[in-house]
Design a protein around this ligand. Structure first.
Ligand code: SF4
Ligand code: SF4
Length: 124
């Protein structure tokens, strides 16, 4: 299994209405990151702060200026939904995650164990 190459597929797939945030996360944004909290509407993410309309793409997903993939503009404050992704090998297969290698498809059990090691810091 490879490291994440920031291809952005997961953020593109889930960033436009496929994410949730906990009450604690929303409260933390309201307390410490109002620029993020303004994109929350009735506990849901992500909404246009002006119109309160649901966005069809994550407002924090940016092209990497170096031309290689994407960046998350709120990486250290991103919701747990993002922090814990990918959470399983099945999910990676379903989403065509680019961390997956041919050998992972041949041995899904080992692939999941490799994922646990790669994600150890993010999942803490
Ligand atoms: S908040 Fe960050 S990690 Fe989550 S979908 Fe948006 S750009 Fe991706
Ligand atoms: S789909 Fe996989 S490789 Fe692409 S950004 Fe998401 S986790 Fe990284």
């Amino acid at each position: 299994m490879k490291d994440c190459n920031a291809c952005g597929k997961c953020c593109i797939k889930y960033g436009g209405g496929g994410l949730t945030a906990s009450k604690q996360e929303v409260q933390a944004w309201q307390d410490d990151a109002p620029h993020i909290a303004q994109y929350v509407h009735q506990g849901e993410i992500w909404f246009d702060p002006s119109t309160q309309q649901a966005l069809n793409a994550c407002p924090w997903l940016k092209l990497n200026p170096n031309g290689k993939g994407y960046l998350c503009d709120i990486y250290y404050d991103r919701p747990d939904d993002c922090r814990y992704y990918p959470s399983s090998f099945d999910e990676m297969l379903r989403d065509d995650c680019e961390m997956v290698e041919a050998k992972d498809r041949r041995n899904p059990k080992q692939a999941h164990e490799d994922l646990v090691i790669i994600m150890r810091d993010s999942w803490q």
